[in-house]
Design a protein around this ligand. Sequence first.
Ligand code: AOF
Ligand code: ZN
Length: 366
Amino acid sequence: MASTMSTTTDDIDFMKATIRLARRNLGRTGTNPSVGCLIVRDGQVVGRGVTAPGGRPHAEPVALAEAGELARGATAYVTLEPCAHHGATPPCARTLISAGIARVVTAVVDPDERVNSKGHAMLREAGVVVETGLLEAEAGHDLAPYLVHKSLRRSFVTLKLAVSPDGLLGLRGGRQVAVTGTEARTQVHLMRAEHHAILIGAGTAIEDDPELTCRLAGLEDRSPQRIVLDAHARLHAGLKLVTSARETPLLVAGPVNPALADSGAEFLACEYADGRVALPELLEDLGARGVQSVLVEGGARVAEAFLAAGLVDRIALFTGAWRVGDGVDPARHVVSPITAATPPKGYGLTSTGAFGQDRLHIYDRA
Ligand code: AOF
Ligand code: ZN
């Protein structure tokens, strides 16, 4: 939807700030989206709110509480349409009206059937000026996991790939090679914190023995659950993923594996196709468990399987600075299905970034 016309450059700046605020709780609000709300009066921010961890309270009452009486006659910027339904608390649209907000500027309509433009209507009926669709694409980028989970009833999938300039994800056998540097790896840890789950295949789990936690200072408690595709019960008790399963949940998609008894790992019964976990059904099951977003981190076969099934919503493509395949038997090359020179069909570039010497390209389904 195009933005309504009575918005100003100030509105754009305040909405940008609201979008940044909403990012704070990405991945922490359960099946609720992380929404931002700013209350602005005479050009001054007088209240800030973001959906609380777990999903409640919503952003608007938090921002209104900070603004207090200053909310009367003020403008509220909200990244998502204020809700119109009674949950544990009254509808946010009603709370904004009661606080005396004069104008509400929003980015994205809430597709939740209990809201779905009813929040905007409630505000307008009470005489509040409502502008919608401001920076809808930008806010929608962060809300995409919520929007996909709501509409398709499956988890949103981000595929993360780290590719060397010679187009490789790594080398088979022998020691693991680093494709990207420290800064890019830090960014990956942040991406982990912003997703509900991280997923890899059993092959990668066994070969690389990764921990798959978020180890950023201050965000250590933001490690999402780890999911391993293990159709043939190959995981063993010595793996870091398994020994840490009591601290950070491990969900094994595959048959119950007696080798992991008493480890704390949980098993998810799956459907299979050609001896591999059936991905569409898996994502539906995860969606039903409230897993809004999954970061797929490896390896190449898992990446290809998600791409082939048309189940990748977003691609985070890191490109490293050094070639890793020179002088190595090509049989050991793990070739990436995608590189920055061969971008994925059906996807559009939505942003780029630089992390040390490495580059990040984000592609979203067009
Ligand atoms: C808002 N502000 O900050 C958020 C909203 O289970 P409940 O009652 O919390 O409702 C969940 C729904 O609330 C969710 O599906 C979405 O429609 C809306 N989320 N709404 O006004 C917020 N997080
Ligand atoms: Zn609400």
